[in-house]
Design a protein around this ligand. Structure first.
Ligand code: PXL
Length: 251
C-alpha cells in the first residue's frame, strides 16, 4: 500500500455537512487522500441558509497549520472560507513558507446567498492568489475579483467555473498567462441539491495534485468527482441539499 497524499483543508465548518470542511474531508477521503484541517470559522447552517458564523482567532488557525505541517507533513493545500482578513494574512504567511500545491477557492457567498467574506477579507485575496497553484472562482466571484486578467496578475492559473451561466451546456475554462489551456464542457445536472460544489471541486483538485497528477488531469478528475456526487445527492433538507460524496467509488 502506498501512502495517501496528505491534504490540508483550510476552511470553515458547515454544521449541515454539505460544504466547507465537512465536504472537504469527505472528498479527500473518497478520493484516497489523508484529510487534515485548519478550521477558520464555525458556521451554524442548514440547507436553507447560514444562521450564525463565528471566526476563530488567527493564532488558533496558525497553530492548526503548524501542527499539521510540523508533524505529519502536507502534500497539497486547499483554501476555502477564511473568516476574517487577519486569518487570511496568517494563512498567507504560513503558506508562503511551504513548497506545496495550493488550490484557492475564493469563497465569497454560500450557495444559499449568505455572505462568507467581508470587504476587508476579499482585499487580502491578492496575496493568497499569488501563492496559489490554481484559483477557482465561479462567475460572480471572478467579476468581484476584477475579471480574468486581474486574477492572472496574481495567480498563475485560474479555473473559471461556468456553473452560474445560463443554458444546458456549461463550460469550465483553465486559463493561464499563455491564454486558455483547456476547457471542459458538460451538460447541466438539473438539481437544487448543489450545496458544496465549489468546496468539493477545490478539495478534489488539491487531492489529485497531491497524488502527483498534472493540473489538467487533477481538474478532469475533480470535475468527474463533483458530477458523480451531484448525481448521487440524497435529497436532504428543504433548501439546497448536500451532494452524495459517500456514493462515489472511483477506485
Ligand atoms: O461553498 C462555499 C462555502 C464555503 N465554506 C463554508 C460554507 C460554504 C457554503 O455554504 O458553508 C463553511
Amino acid at each position: 500500500m502506498t501512502a495517501p497524499p496528505r491534504i490540508l483543508s483550510i476552511a470553515g465548518s458547515d454544521s449541515s455537512g454539505g460544504a466547507g470542511i465537512q465536504a472537504d474531508i469527505k472528498t479527500i477521503t473518497m478520493l484516497g487522500g489523508y484529510a487534515m484541517t485548519a478550521i477558520t470559522a464555525v458556521t451554524a447552517q442548514d440547507t436553507t441558509g447560514v444562521h450564525a458564523v463565528e471566526a476563530l482567532s488567527p493564532d488558533m488557525v496558525a497553530a492548526q497549520i503548524d501542527a499539521c505541517t510540523g508533524d505529519i507533513g502536507v502534500d497539497a493545500v486547499k483554501i476555502g472560507m477564511l473568516g476574517s482578513a487577519e486569518i487570511a494574512q496568517v494563512v498567507a504567511e504560513k503558506l508562503e513558507r511551504l513548497d506545496v500545491s495550493v488550490v484557492f477557492d475564493p469563497v465569497m457567498v454560500a450557495t444559499s446567498g449568505a455572505p462568507l467574506a467581508d470587504e476587508t477579507t476579499i482585499a487580502t485575496f491578492a496575496r493568497l492568489m499569488k501563492l496559489a497553484t490554481l484559483t477557482t472562482p465561479n462567475i460572480p466571484e471572478l467579476a468581484a475579483l476584477g475579471g480574468v486578467d486581474a486574477v492572472l496578475d496574481h495567480s498563475p492559473a485560474v479555473l473559471i467555473k461556468g456553473g452560474h451561466e445560463d443554458g444546458d451546456m456549461l463550460v469550465d475554462r483553465l486559463v493561464t498567462r499563455d491564454g486558455e489551456v483547456a476547457h471542459w464542457e458538460g451538460r447541466r445536472i438539473d438539481t437544487r441539491h448543489n450545496h458544496g460544489t465549489g468546496c468539493t471541486l477545490s478539495s478534489a483538485i488539491a487531492t489529485c495534485l497531491g497524488m502527483g497528477l498534472t493540473l489538467e488531469e487533477a481538474i478532469s478528475r475533480g470535475r468527474e468527482f463533483v458530477r458523480a456526487a451531484l448525481e448521487a445527492a440524497p435529497g436532504f433538507g428543504n433548501g439546497h441539499g448536500p451532494m452524495g460524496h459517500q456514493a462515489v467509488r472511483f477506485r
